[in-house]
Design a binder for this molecule. Structure first.
Ligand SMILES: [Zn+2]
Ligand SMILES: [Zn+2]
Length: 340
């Protein structure tokens, strides 16, 4: 699988950004990104010249828009023309998301716990969601040095709570990038797992978001699969391990892959041993110390004891003297026997 280094939340001078699309895209290339989503506030006019800029820089630009309303900000990606955001009401956001899907796009909550009005108009999420499954993702990490920020920690906790409630929803990062500026803060990357070769890159990237083939990091790339030992099946991020037959003797292993060499020289975290945690709806399944090297680990998974609803890999370390979540994968789910 190709993991596409993406920045999914950006602005240009077509909304409140201080950069043109060309400046933004060149800046993204210098930071080792391969893809950006342009998500200006309530407009898609900034996409003018997209093809030429993609050709010059080699960076894929996904069309997007940030719905900017008094009740919250919602990022939409993958639509060629926008769905009208002006009638978005606190009670009917689910219907708006259905329209985004109809046009082939995906929708996610942007920075749901950022301080809202009057500091940042509508930044705090107040839309009433009736069906969380209607949404594709939550931007759990926003801005720079995201994992240590309290509003992001609340968003991450919301994602975990939803997973525990049985909602299958992806988690992403987005810098909410407005201008070209130097920063010493760690930058986060959302890696999208591209699968379909027959599709365009845009379709493959949007499918990855929709299906949760997503890994987020401020350092190394961490991905995970579940392997069926007997039948050879491989379950990727975002997919579900089916319920086996009662006589099924299938045993499973979790594979966690690390690439520390990815985006070589661009991200800098202090030399250290990290802690790999496989977390789940049933709590921590496995924990180990790992060295900072490109490697793959295999962890046995006993489903007879207690079948989790979901698992995810987390990498913990020390960043600027603070213990922080450095990287996490999206979830792999486990179907449950239907109870009568
Ligand atoms: Zn916003
Ligand atoms: Zn924004």
């Amino acid at each position: 699988m190709k993991w596409l280094a993406s920045e999914l939340h950006t602005h240009t001078i077509h909304s409140d950004g201080k950069q043109t699309l060309l400046e933004l895209t060149r800046g993204a290339k210098l930071l080792g990104f391969e893809c950006i989503a342009l998500t200006d506030h309530n407009t898609m006019s900034g996409l003018q010249g997209k093809e030429e800029i993609e050709q010059e820089t080699g960076i894929a630009i996904l069309p997007g828009m940030e719905w900017t309303t008094f009740h919250g900000h919602m990022v939409t990606v993958g639509l060629d023309s926008f769905v009208d955001w002006r009638k978005a009401e606190p009670d009917t956001i689910d219907a708006d998301v259905a329209k985004v899907h109809k046009q082939g796009g995906v929708a996610g909550l942007a920075h749901p716990f950022r301080i809202g009005t009057p500091v940042c108009t509508g930044c705090f999420w107040e839309f009433k969601i009736r069906d969380w499954n209607a949404f594709d993702y939550i931007e759990v990490w926003s801005t720079t040095f995201a994992p240590v920020k309290l509003d992001n920690q609340r968003a991450f906790a919301l994602w975990t709570r939803l997973l525990n409630e049985g909602v299958r929803i992806a988690a992403t990062s987005g810098r909410d990038w407005h201008r070209q500026e130097e920063t010493k803060d760690p930058l986060s990357v959302t890696y999208l797992g591209l699968k379909e070769e027959k599709h365009s890159l845009q379709e493959a990237a949007v499918n990855a978001l929709r299906e949760g083939r997503v890994a987020v990091t401020i350092g190394p790339l961490v991905t995970m699969e579940v392997h069926g030992k007997e039948n050879g099946a491989v379950y990727e991020l975002g997919s579900a391990v089916p319920v086996g037959l009662p006589e099924d003797k299938e045993s499973y292993a979790i594979h966690v892959h690390f690439s520390f060499s990815v985006r070589q020289g661009i991200w800098q975290l202090p030399d250290q041993r990290y802690r790999l945690v496989v977390n789940s709806s049933e709590g921590i399944l496995s924990e180990m110390r790992i060295e900072a090297e490109d490697k793959h680990y295999e962890i046995g998974l006993d489903l007879d004891e207690k079948r989790p609803a979901w698992i995810r890999a987390e990498l913990w370390g020390t960043v600027s003297g603070v213990r922080a979540l450095v990287a996490f994968t999206n979830a792999i789910y486990f179907d449950k026997e239907a109870t009568e």
